[in-house]
Design a protein around this ligand. Sequence first.
Ligand SMILES: [Fe+2]
Ligand SMILES: [Fe+2]
Length: 541
Amino acid sequence: MESANDELLQKEAELNNLRLRLKVLERVTEVAANIEDMKRVLSQLLDLAVEITSSEAGSILLRHGDYITIEAAEGPKANLLTDLKLPLGSGIAGWVAKTGVSLLSNNVKKDEHWDSRIAEAIQYETKNILCLPIKSGIEVLGVLELINKRNNKDFVQDDLDISLIFTSFLAQTLENSRLLREMNDRIKELSILIETSTLIGSTLDLKQLLHIIMDKLKEVMRAEASSIFQIDEVTNELFFLVATGEKGQEAKEIRVPWGKGIVGWTAEKGEILNVPDVTKDKRFFIGVDEKTKWKTRSILAVPLKIKGKIIGVAEVLNKIGDESFDERDEKIFEAIGKQAAIAIDNARLYTDLSELFKSSIRALVNAVEAKDKYTRGHTERVTEYSVIIAKELGLLPAEIERIELSGLLHDIGKIGIPDRILLKPGKLTNEEFEVVKEHPVRAVKMLKPIKQLSTVFDGIQYHHEKLDGTGYPEGLKGDTIPLVARIITIGDAFDAMTTDRPYRDALAKEEAIRRLKQDSHTQFDPELVEVFLKCLEKVAL
Ligand SMILES: [Fe+2]
Ligand SMILES: [Fe+2]
């Protein structure tokens, strides 16, 4: 009878134990499902483990290279333990993390691995400890430590068994979160690659384009800063084309001699270079850090090549966290580097072409102006004034370029006006003036076949319109006159007033300014006049 009763009690205990395990499993599964917020999952799992094993305190430490750090802590002195970092192998937790073997000690002071320093520092009496590794395969990801069984009891095998449920869940959760992070990284990498190639085909200004790319790259590669150097072929130096990050602005002024530093080495050798710790690399050039008061730790540099020729170097600096740039970073950086090189080369080709185009136009305009000593240089000056206003207005580069071309061509229609009128030393008759007034429309007619110039017709055609509608050729009023024409009008009038004409001498600058102000609202856009006068003060033209 006695033994049957015993057996029954034994079975009941087993059943209870099983129930408890099931409950633990249920709650752990619930908590671990939310891997987006890893910190919270860890602290909730730790809470449960402390509760189920009737411990007083506990912590979860994760391994980062040669260290373990406390990621969650529970118990009376838990708040003193945040950000604690221990060397691998040190103390009981360190030993478990290093060996991957569980440890149960009901008298820690006697344990050979016990290190009393932390307990003393936080003044917490530790009697017994249950410490288990969190393992994924043979890799130790961290440890779960449970401290001081309540009511002065000892930890027993059952506590160890139940805690194994936690560590296996912790391992799985950490692994899942790592996979999730990796997946997110992949998605980000892919999207930046796609975005980069789309951006490169866009009409963005080169610097702006590279800035966007390098900013995104900084984020994807988890770097503190990124930059692109271009090679100055005349001085053989490398200079910053783009620099993002905290000290980006300061860095832009700096030039690095050829062959010097990580960037110089990369440019010279044409090879990717990954330096996890710059203090251990002799090639590192401290000059840039000294000037910018920036502290470089790690660098990943790739050469930018076009048809085998090095045109620059791209860099990412200081991987965030304890890691350094890895092989995956190298691959994505090389891919982006190729795209950036294409963008730089495209921009260079475009600039060369547009310079060639503009110098051809200049040559043409100069040939026209050459025959009239009074108007010589007029076009260049009007263009200069117009561009200054456009820049001050903060217009986009493409818009500024459009204004520059419009300025250069604004009087090209005078080609068709007979010299006897154009070069007449005295005042023009009404009929003659009517002929002169045809020059804006003549210009547009002349340039019409050149499709690439269609964007500059507005500025040319309407540069003699006046705000009050008394101008020509159409008598447009106010805002209906295109902005570019309203800008050119001001430069045109100012230059006409401040240079000699056949029928009068040049006016003094002050007088010209007075007239610009006086004719604001009737002839000129008052806001633009103000902008122009502000520029005049600044550059003292
Ligand atoms: Fe004109
Ligand atoms: Fe003009």
